[in-house]
Every structure is written in structure tokens, then in C-alpha cells.
Design a protein around this ligand. Structure first.
Ligand code: V47
Ligand code: SF4
Length: 369
């Protein structure tokens, strides 16, 4: 019989304990600030992210999450509509888009979209994101929202990232404010968080030089907030960004939220390396993903929600992310083309009962919103 003595010598145990205590002591002042909901400066946030081990960060983030939401974890019955994959921007990390005229490009007709929505029972939210397709006129975007609103008076319409709003302003010759007002009048409720990527000129120059700048993304988000349209925000991490760039991104978002209070949810998007120009990169480890989720909850303690986006993370890691500070499991999704086209795999529909089970299993109370 194979029996091994796993007990450690006394001195070794004491040494490990001392090391842990010493490390936590160095982070003690910072963690007290976190628990008092005081904002962290750049150096403290970076130190915590770098030196705090994964369990320590997870515990702090979970405490912040529980102070805001208690045991509740949220999800919604939603459906994604990726209306076109044709895009002129060509971000190196994106395996979803096709250039205009390239084989494999598609665009959905408005009626087709309405049919898809009608197929979905008890639908509460529709999430609409697409590429920048020069063939689509401005009217398509406004009509899409208006027709969905006419057919589904109660549904939450979350549509068009700040990148698409900028594009709409360009193709229509209208200001961002006019575009947003018109969309709101047509029935838009909120704006998804995509397109923020990393607020870093260095990364933009290397990976998405023709995409709108961070300044423009922020200007559009602030304009939406001023008009009473809540927006989400994202960070695309796990590619070439540095720790400093992650912290800077989070602190910028925190500061905007102090001014506008218009952000609803933050979604840390873990880079998927398949089928794009950055496929030589390994993508973030589970360890990194959990640390980024935790530090996001800690720094963005003025954001209502941190999302564990299971479509990109995978269901199992997303469930664990709920113990590392995330409180929102996104939703049922149904059909999502961005990761489907990158991974060559259809995204699984997660029925509400399954989401509820995943939440209960980690000791949470599921709450549909
Ligand atoms: O803007 C593109 C990202 C975003 C990759 O607001 C990639 O609730 C990882 O914005 N690996 C679109 N990410 C998705 C998005 C989103 C998703 C879920 C919820 C919400 C919300 C918003 O996807 C893009 C881009 O940043 N993306 N390629 C990739 N290879
Ligand atoms: Fe276009 Fe968005 Fe893909 Fe960039 S991430 S290429 S803007 S679809």
C-alpha cells in the first residue's frame, strides 16, 4: 500500500506561516483601505495586484462584492445579435471580422433579427454588437432599434459600442449627441462595453491603430451618461499589455465613474488567441484571469457590477470567477458569433435553471435582472 507522510517538519511550517504573514503585513495598509472602500492610488493598486497572491486578492474582492450585493449573483434572459461581421477596422486580436468583399462576410436583415427574437421565450434583454460595415446605412441602425422596440415594448435593448456610435456619427454627419438622442428616442436603453480594449496609445498603435482612441471612447461614454444612457466598460487583457497598463485602465474608469456615475457593469474580457493575428500568444492563464477579475472588483468599487462573461471564459472558470469578486453571470446568450467564428465552435445556450444551479453551487442566491 502506498502511504506517504505529507506532514512537514515543524520549522518548515513555521517558515511558511511567517512568510505569508509578512507578505500580508506589507499589504495590510492597502487592504484596510480596500475594506474601507477608500480609493487606491496607482502605486498601491499595482503593489496589491502584483504582490497579493491569488487567494488574498480573491478574499478581498469577495468581501467588496459581498458588501455591495451580499450573497446575490445576477443573470438575465438575453440573446446576442451580431448583425454583421464585415468591418473596416481590422484589429489584430479579432478573429470575428471579415474585410468588405471578403468571403465569409454576412449581414442580417432587420426582419431576420426580429424572427430570431420572436423565437426566444421570456426574453428580457437583447445585446447588439457588430462590425463597421460600409454597406449599412445609418437608417439600418436606428430602424433596427425602433422595430425591436415596436415588437417588444418591455425588452432591454443594449446596442452599439462606443466604436459603433462613433461610426454612426461619421456616416450620418451628425454629432455623437444627436446620434445617441435619436437611438434613445427609438428605444435604446444602454450601451455595451466593447471597444475600450486597453487605454494605452502603445497598444493601440500596435494592435488597433485605426480604431477610435481612448479619449474618443471616453468622450462617447461620457456623452451617453450625460443623456441618461448607462454604458458598460470592458478591458481586453491577456495579450501584450503590462500590469501597469491594466491598473491605469481601471483607475481611468474609476475616475470617470466618480464624475458621471453612468457605468453599470465592467467586463474584463480574457483574450481568445484562436484564429487571429495574435494566435502566437498563449492567452491568459486561469490564474491571471482570476487576479484581473479580483483587482477589477477592488479598484472599481464604485461600479455596480463586475461580469464573469462565461462565453469567453468558459462556464467552469466563470463559475469560479463568482468567488473572485464577479457578481454578474451575464445571461443565457443563445447565439454569439464573435467567439463562434474565432473558435469554430457554436456557443452553448445556458438555460436559466443551469445558471441558477451554478450560482447555488457556490453558495450564492441567483437573482434574475
Ligand atoms: O470590443 C474581440 C472583444 C468585444 C477578441 O457590455 C475579443 O455586457 C477576447 O463588448 N478575445 C465585444 N475579446 C464583446 C463585448 C461584450 C461582451 C460581453 C458583454 C458585454 C457587455 C460586452 O470583444 C470587442 C473586443 O474588445 N474581442 N476579439 C478576442 N480575440
Ligand atoms: Fe471590427 Fe470590432 Fe473586430 Fe475590431 S474588434 S475588427 S472593430 S469587429
Amino acid at each position: 500500500m502506498w502511504i506517504k507522510d505529507f506532514s512537514r517538519p515543524e520549522e518548515e511550517r513555521n517558515f511558511i506561516l511567517e512568510e505569508t504573514l509578512k507578505k500580508n503585513c506589507e499589504l495590510k495598509d492597502i487592504s484596510e483601505k480596500v475594506l474601507n472602500f477608500e480609493p487606491l492610488d496607482f502605486e498601491s493598486a499595482l503593489k496589491l495586484y502584483r504582490e497579493g497572491d491569488i487567494f488574498f486578492l480573491g478574499e478581498l474582492a469577495r468581501k467588496v462584492k459581498e458588501r455591495i450585493h451580499g450573497k446575490k449573483y445576477y443573470y438575465t434572459i438575453n440573446r446576442h445579435i451580431n448583425y454583421t461581421n464585415v468591418c473596416v477596422i481590422n484589429c489584430k486580436f479579432c478573429g470575428y471580422h471579415k474585410r468588405p468583399g471578403e468571403e465569409g462576410g454576412y449581414t442580417l436583415e432587420i426582419d431576420e433579427i426580429l424572427e430570431k427574437l420572436k423565437e426566444t421565450p421570456q426574453l428580457k434583454e437583447v445585446h447588439i454588437v457588430g462590425g463597421l460595415n460600409p454597406r449599412l446605412p445609418y437608417e439600418y441602425y436606428v430602424n433596427l432599434v425602433r422595430k425591436i422596440r415596436d415588437s417588444f415594448p418591455e425588452i432591454h435593448i443594449r446596442a452599439y459600442t462606443c466604436v459603433e456610435i462613433d461610426w454612426l456619427s461619421k456616416i450620418s454627419g451628425k454629432s455623437v449627441e444627436e446620434v445617441l438622442k435619436e437611438l434613445k428616442e427609438a428605444g435604446l436603453n444602454s450601451i455595451p462595453g466593447g471597444g475600450a480594449e486597453v487605454f494605452s496609445e502603445r497598444i493601440r498603435a500596435e494592435l488597433y491603430p485605426t480604431k477610435i482612441s481612448s479619449e474618443r471612447w471616453i468622450e462617447i461614454a461620457k456623452t451617453a451618461h450625460k443623456l441618461g444612457i448607462p454604458t458598460n466598460a470592458t478591458l481586453l487583457f491577456g495579450h501584450i499589455e503590462t500590469d501597469e497598463e491594466i491598473i491605469k485602465h481601471l483607475l481611468i474608469l474609476r475616475k470617470i465613474q466618480e464624475e458621471t456615475k453612468g457605468f453599470y457593469c465592467f467586463i474584463p474580457l480574457a483574450f481568445i488567441p484562436e484564429n487571429n493575428e495574435l494566435s502566437h500568444l498563449p492567452g491568459p492563464s486561469a490564474h491571471k484571469i482570476l487576479k484581473v477579475i479580483a483587482i477589477s472588483r477592488i479598484i472599481l468599487n464604485n461600479f455596480p457590477h463586475i461580469k464573469a462573461y462565461w462565453v469567453f471564459l468558459g462556464i467552469k472558470l466563470a463559475q469560479i470567477a463568482l468567488l473572485w469578486g464577479a457578481d454578474h453571470f451575464h445571461g443565457t446568450v443563445i447565439e454569439e458569433k464573435i467567439s463562434e467564428l474565432m473558435r469554430g465552435q457554436q456557443v452553448m445556450h445556458l438555460p436559466p435553471v443551469e445558471i441558477q444551479r451554478l450560482i447555488r453551487e457556490i453558495g450564492g442566491e441567483p437573482a434574475e435582472i
